[in-house]
Design a protein around this ligand. Structure first.
Ligand SMILES: [Zn+2]
Length: 301
């Protein structure tokens, strides 16, 4: 592998000329609950010099989009590794080239600095004030979509309900079935989930690629959620055998429904409760949560 082998211009399938032989990535660091976002002003000599956008740049052939976005933010704005937590990935795919925005949550505004090379200035900006700036056209095009996604997602799984939706012999070993579900959920915490119920239809909004006639960009939003699996009754031992993974297993002290409704009410950000139980659904919606059926979750696995 070659360091910086992504530097170079390419022509995408839509006929544009773009920087980044393997695509490009940028970091949108944000403070949740309406806090500021981290923006970079491009140096005057650069392409679209003087405009505000995200720290980012060409992705190298060996890099993940997360690694590329974090490296660029570190180089250009001094964002230290581990300062922000990636919560969503937005991809604007032109065919042959794509720009990926990593939406990453920060606990609060932290100190940043300009490299005074590619970066003229770097600032934490209130979301309402972003459109007052002279924005980079690529960032301006998607700012509304990105702004709507500046909220971390937590998925709360009704373990008994989801396990019960698959006739795989779970009734013989409820704790074992819950542990298997936990292991299956683990890749979703790292690889993410898409087509979240309640998300705007990005692909159709963008024209859905070349299917509709004229070529168009394909837009994708992938969430990197916090996942909480609630287990109850005979499945409760599954919480004790919780591995070192990212999925948190909560053993309900009494009714699983009560614990799920309580989590839906007191968890910050966006909550998606996975259950087919009608009464629990109503309680969670009343608590401000969104709902998905077990079928949606199982299709993601
Ligand atoms: Zn293009």
């Amino acid at each position: 592998m070659t360091i910086r082998d992504g530097n170079g211009w390419v022509r995408c399938d839509l006929g544009h000329r773009h920087w980044g032989r393997f695509g490009a990535a940028g970091l949108l660091a944000y403070v949740a609950a309406g806090g500021p976002v981290l923006l970079q002003q491009r140096t005057w000599w650069s392409h679209h010099g003087g405009t505000w956008g995200l720290p980012g740049g060409a992705r190298d052939s060996h890099e993940t989009v997360l690694a590329a976005a974090e490296r660029e933010a570190a180089e250009e704005c001094g964002v230290q590794p581990g300062t922000v937590r990636p919560r969503a990935i937005f991809t604007d795919d032109h065919g042959g080239w794509s720009y990926t925005t990593v939406l990453a949550q920060a606990p609060g505004p932290f100190e940043v600095r300009s490299d005074y090379d590619e970066t003229e200035d770097v600032e934490w900006v209130e979301p309402a004030k972003v459109i007052q700036l002279s924005l980079h056209p690529g960032f301006a095009e998607h700012w509304d979509r990105l702004r709507a996604a500046l909220t971390p997602l937590t998925i709360i799984v009704d373990g008994a309900n989801v396990v019960g939706s698959r006739p795989d012999g779970w009734w013989k070993d409820r704790a074992g079935a819950a542990s298997r579900l936990r292991a299956q959920l683990e890749p979703l915490a790292t690889g993410g989930v898409s087509a979240v119920p309640g998300d705007p239809g990005l692909d159709s909004a963008a024209g859905g690629g070349t299917a509709g006639g004229a070529p168009a960009a394909v837009l994708r939003m992938t969430w990197l959620p916090e996942i909480v699996l609630v287990v109850e009754g005979a499945a409760r031992p599954a919480a004790a055998t919780d591995g070192p993974g990212l999925v948190r297993v909560v053993a309900a002290p009494g009714s699983g429904d009560d614990t799920i409704a309580e989590l839906a009410a007191r968890t910050g950000g966006r909550r998606l409760v996975v259950t087919a139980d009608r009464e629990l659904r109503e309680r969670c919606v009343a608590a401000g949560a969104e709902i998905a059926g077990p079928g949606w979750l199982l299709a993601q696995l």
